[in-house]
Write a protein that binds this ligand. Sequence first.
Ligand code: FMN
Ligand code: SF4
Length: 481
Amino acid sequence: MYGKIAQLKSVAAFRDRLTELSLSLPLDGHILSASEDSPLAQPLRLADRTIGNRWCIHPMEGWDANPDGTPSEHTLRRWRNFGLSGAKLIWGGEAAAVQENGRANPNQTQAVERTRAGLRQLLDELQSAYRQAFGTTDDLLVGLQLTHSGRFSRPRGKQLEPRIAYHHPLLDAKFNIDPTDTSIVWTDDDLERLIDSYLAAAKLAQEVGFDFVDVKSCHGYLLHEFLGARIRPGRFGGDLEGRTRLLRTIIQRIRDACPTLLIGVRLSAFDTVPYRTSLEVGQPLDYEHLLPYEFGFGLDPSNPLQIDLTETIAVLEMLRDGGVMAVNLSCGSPYYCPHIQRPAIFPPSDGYQPPEDPLVGAWRQIDAVRRCKQAVPDLPMVGTGYSYLQDYLPHVAQAVIRENWVDSVGLGRMVLSYPELPADTLAGRPMARKRICRTFSDCTTAPRNGILSGCFPLDPHYKALPEAERLKEVKRARKRT
Ligand SMILES: Cc1cc2nc3c(=O)[nH]c(=O)nc-3n(C[C@H](O)[C@H](O)[C@H](O)COP(=O)(O)O)c2cc1C
Ligand code: SF4
């Protein structure tokens, strides 16, 4: 077990830990409020809009929409909390499926005509919470994340109903997909219809009142998988031009049809080899027989455990030139390398014990964004992976903004346990230590076991639900195995 951040009693102790791990991260000694000129209080220009600060809320789904894809009370509450955060950039709210068959679970929010009123409710809930807490929403920017879950579609229940870009030998094996089944591979014709669905969803989002859509291209879902589809023949695979064609076409079609709608892209900037699910320390699946490794994006084909940002930077340039207002950089996938994507001291039930100090995982994401930002300085970038920094998140966040490593700092799990962190720190209030996300991973273990997501350990709303008891039983049973 690695040392817990909660046990480090001062910024100096945290700095020592970074030094021990040879991690170079900018770190301020004190949290600055807005009136003390915190870099996080600076406005940010995105396309023709100016937003009020440098905090961003990442999209966080809850496996809690109604079966018809409209929001439930839990979904609305989460969006209300996003509004109470005080962050001025709401990056997508949560993944909303553009087609019914592209849902990651039967309780995923959908962006289809039927859910128009529900999407409106989500936006209203967020904006009215925001207005009550902070006044005007003039400098707030809210998007809707659009997705197709691709390989990880489970539209009807536990059963995977994958729709894949190509057969990936290791992911097929990990998720029991028949490597000879051609019926689950998208045809180029099907993709034309998918593009239409993205377009319809974007129009809907604009009519409902969202400022932008995020064309989600991360975490192993469909558009991310296409970026690594080297072995796919035809127009949508092969070289980088082919592998980015689907994403570029969707963006271009949205721009043509909705010229005033802003477009963002959440991108997995790098990846790694899929890891084995186990109770032991994480191990990658055997990949040596597959070298050079042709099955990912942002990794080195001669050593796929290593990041290679060459293609990532080329894609960032394409996105900038294609009119994308900003990117939100994440990495990997929660399904096959959670320690990379979502550094945690306690793994989720489909994970494994962390194979590295999770602080290394947080640093890797922050540093990769620095390299992307240096390479493409005129494309605004949001960074990910900060929740593991816990008590020291604001100290790093304000320093990386000041040093221009990134333009906006995004919060994922931290916003589930402690939504008001941005507002508290900007106002000069002390951080509420008891609400800091300690990366228990219950918000993932719950949905992996058919239970809605939420911060069961720290949020009284979830603690009081009957599902909390079910989750405890799931965790007890797992310990017994
Ligand atoms: C419960 C849960 C739901 C998530 N839902 C989404 C989602 O809908 N879309 C998305 O792009 N990422 C999603 N993520 C990933 C987060 O946005 C974020 O990238 C990740 O948690 C790492 O950031 P953090 O260290 O601040 O938590 C989710 C993560 C969790 C734990
Ligand atoms: S359940 Fe709560 S404390 Fe645990 S990782 Fe999720 S947000 Fe953090």
